[in-house]
Design a protein around this ligand. Sequence first.
Ligand code: MV4
Length: 597
Amino acid sequence: MFDAVLVANRGEIALRVLRGCRELDIRTIGVFSEADRDAPWLRAADEAHLLGPEAPAESYLNIERVLDVATSAGASAIHPGYGFLAENADFARAVTDAGLTWIGPPPESIVQMGDKLSARRAAEAAGCPVVPGTLEPTQDPDVVRQFAAEHGFPVAIKAAYGGGGRGLKVVRDDDGLVEALEGAQREAVTAFGRGEVYVERYLTRPRHIEIQVLADTHGTYLWLGERDCSSQRRHQKLIEEAPAPGFDPDIRRAMGDAAVRVSEQVGYEGAGTCEFLYEDGDFYFLEMNTRLQVEHPVTELVTGLDLVHWQLRIAAGEPLPFGQENVVLRGHAIEARINAENVAMNFAPAAGLITGWQPPSGAGVRVDAGVEEGWEIPRSYDSLIAKLITYGSDRDDARRKMIRALDEFVVEGVPTTIDFHRFAMRQPDFIDGNVSTVTVEREWDLSPIAAAEPATAGAGAQTASRTLTVEVGGKRLEVALFEPDAADGAPATARRERRSARGAGKQRSGGTATETLIAPMQGTIVKTVVDVGQSVAAGDLILVLEAMKMENHISAHRDGVVTQLHVEAGQVVDSGEALATIEDQGGDRTVEPLETS
Ligand code: MV4
């Protein structure tokens, strides 16, 4: 086993890997950016080194600097965690070239799975079902038209080098075809510098089910059951569970066998995940993630296997000492991602100081967190601050433990997704195991969550809520205090109204049918497709807004005439900023503010 391992990552996954190393008596070397000085997870490392001086977002991507630290600190291997450099074949090669061991798959496997078209070809070659579609890139609308003529609409246009939903466009009819093709190409170039796209039949209500694979360097390939990751929003997973609810054992076995064949096809080693779409009893390979995943704990709980230990042992050359027949799935595990996000503001990420942090514990509860009380969440990184995982004898047991644990969880100072999860765990669709990849976004009304949280709704991270315990006649009562914004003393609700009207020409007083079309998220205007004076119907495309390298179609929120466009292509807008004014046609212009009438 290794003497010393450098963990090239941050947050909860850095802690997860550092702990795994420590359990195997491996000396640990942590690294950190300037924004992560004093980070809580670094205390789990035997030593920690500053990466800097780059901007915090780039520090963890500086291959040369990471290798310098590894060499000078005497590391024998590097574990990349997930994100940052985990799926970077050049980094994997550089690690090996520096005489260190790469705790991950061979770079050739990363490359083959890094491009979706070559991944599809590998799956086909392995006899694994893929979504019907093309295996070669195209730029030609006629190829898409021809495919749709054969297979029918809707079709998906996907970027070969896409990921996380970037460069994915759905075409519902011939009218939207050219726009979608161009949008997918633009997105792919923006995000990945490569515009190749291909076409697939679009599944309208699939489940996202993935198989965990483990392969040693001696030719043993195992699958460790599946995870259902269908609960997601804007391609960010929110809830994962193992096993998939109501999943047929024969389909599970067929999917597992297929994942193993695909892994063999690319000479995989270590821990990896094959993603599938599942609809109406059929499954289709989508892509392979060549890293440890965020949701790996649910697999650990139902298999009893420690995936980080096995990554380390496999990288050290140990053969897997058990076979497929020894992999037994037992019980049920659910993971809820606790993100520092404002659910009421479209899940907008919220940085800030954690003023209160009391994670749950007790039977069947695991918390993997990268924060603690007093830690200020930096702005530069993704918003996952913790994972709450519960384990039960069956799904309902795990779900009830999750609700209990969510109720215990206290986070103060930043808004979180905890209330979303409390809501989700009680949804009939969730209870019935009837969640698809479109359920959270299109089938659930999330407004009760926002309504239950007046302090954070729309107010961003600035508004602090405090809880006081008082005793009234000997009975303990908890009192929530919602404090106004220190900056201007205005209550949160008033500020929220002002914020949504920012930049707008007119503001209706007391009216609900606002004329202002608001940016739902921070981003860059790619293009506007209407002119001032143009009549539009609710749902008509007004402009394209790029956020996190994904294009979002912003449509008219009401019928009317576009009287003002407040933005133009290239402009950066904040969440809540006014994009356009759409006024009623004909009379009934604006209701004048009460003060002046
Ligand atoms: C699809 C699909 C339906 N049909 N492909 C989204 C990101 C990328 N990993 C693939 N994705 C999808 N591909 C076809 N032919 C639906 C999705 C999809 C999705 C997939 C997995 C998890 C969440 C998703 C959310 C929306 C769409």
